[in-house]
Design a protein around this ligand. Structure first.
Ligand code: PEP
Ligand code: MG
Length: 324
């Protein structure tokens, strides 16, 4: 199997119907970067910046962060790296943060909520990212956006840092893309302005799914109870894809499910053209995509949806088996 994946490593994830699916990888540490070339990933679709904060005992300084991000971009050698700003909360407590007792940390004071309330750390991180780019293109996304106003504020904070850097005569990134992670069902129904303002949207399926089904992603008793291929969840994905299409907003999926071949294929059949996953999943996902006609897959999915099935998985599995 490994050889099979190696033979398609440098080939595109092009389906039988001629659609190109961009496959990127998720990362969080310098040590992940070599996988960019070994996996054949086309870029880093999600760089989780909190890991570098969690592995140390004091607040990193701006200069340290900038040199870290610069090394990440250097190692990517021109491939796009999508930096996600800090996603910390009371479940991921930084050693140098006062712990806050919260009954439901996953729905508590986390991610962009902390960033917007305590501007210092976010500003420093944004400055570090701008400086790290050293004139190269920069891609930043904000986690856990749950209403339009949060994205407006976060985006303005980044644009403000751009102005400050410029007034200090620092070199600005050649181009800047500002995206939002879509991780709460609310954003599938957000005002059109959200989709217009965002340069791109990345679906954080891990959180989106836990909030859609009200099933804690960390709780072994419930976390596997609801199928990602449940018709309700696929309709939510369809809604997001449609909203993004209205405004021509690029959309990707970066939760763990993107790395599961059947799920990835179904997402592509629902219209997603960009997926980000752990590096080891790129081979298996690409292998299945290259053998698939997405129109056929979509027909199978839609037939299962109209038949009243709870999940399209049995129908899709049956189709794959018959196809051989
Ligand atoms: C997600 O929620 O799907 C996601 C990619 O972010 P994280 O797993 O870091 O919450
Ligand atoms: Mg998330």
């Amino acid at each position: 199997a490994l050889e099979r994946y190696a033979s398609i490593r440098d080939k595109p994830a092009e389906t039988q119907c001629g659609s190109r699916i961009e496959l990127q990888m998720n990362a969080g540490l310098m040590a992940d970067l070599p996988s960019l070339s070994t996996s054949g990933a086309e870029g880093v679709g999600l760089f989780r910046t909190e890991l570098q904060f969690l592995t140390r005992s004091n607040v990193p300084k701006r200069g340290e962060l900038a040199s870290l991000y610069k090394r990440v971009m250097d190692a990517a050698g021109g491939k796009e790296v999508t930096f996600r700003t800090l996603d910390i909360g009371s479940d991921k407590v930084l050693p140098y943060m006062k712990p806050t007792e919260e009954p439901n940390p996953a729905m508590g004071w986390r991610a962009i909520r902390v960033g917007l309330d305590k501007r210092g750390v976010m500003r420093m991180q944004l400055q570090a990212l701008i400086r790290a780019a050293e004139g190269r293109p920069l891609t930043v996304m904000f986690p856990f956006i749950a209403q339009l106003e949060e994205f407006i504020s976060a985006r303005e904070a980044l644009l403000l840092e751009m102005h400050r850097e410029k007034s200090l005569n620092h070199v600005l990134p050649e181009s800047l893309k500002i995206g939002a992670m879509l991780e709460t069902p609310s954003m599938a129904f957000a005002p059109r302005r959200f989709f217009e303002l965002a340069d791109f949207i990345s679906i954080g399926g891990n959180d989106l799914k836990q909030f859609f089904f009200a099933a804690d992603r960390e709780n072994e008793r419930v976390r596997r109870r609801y199928d990602t291929l449940n018709v309700s969840f696929l309709s939510l994905i369809e809604q997001i894809v449609d909203r993004c299409a209205e405004t021509n907003t690029p959309v990707s999926f970066c939760g763990e499910d993107a790395g599961r071949p059947i799920e990835a294929m179904c997402f592509a059949a629902m219209g997603l053209r960009k997926l980000s996953m752990r590096p080891a999943s790129i081979g298996p996902v690409k292998h299945l995509l290259r053998r698939t006609d997405l129109d056929e897959a979509r027909a199978v999915i839609d037939a299962a949806r109209t038949s009243g099935a709870q999940s399209v998985r049995p129908a899709v599995m049956d189709w794959l088996k018959r196809r051989g």
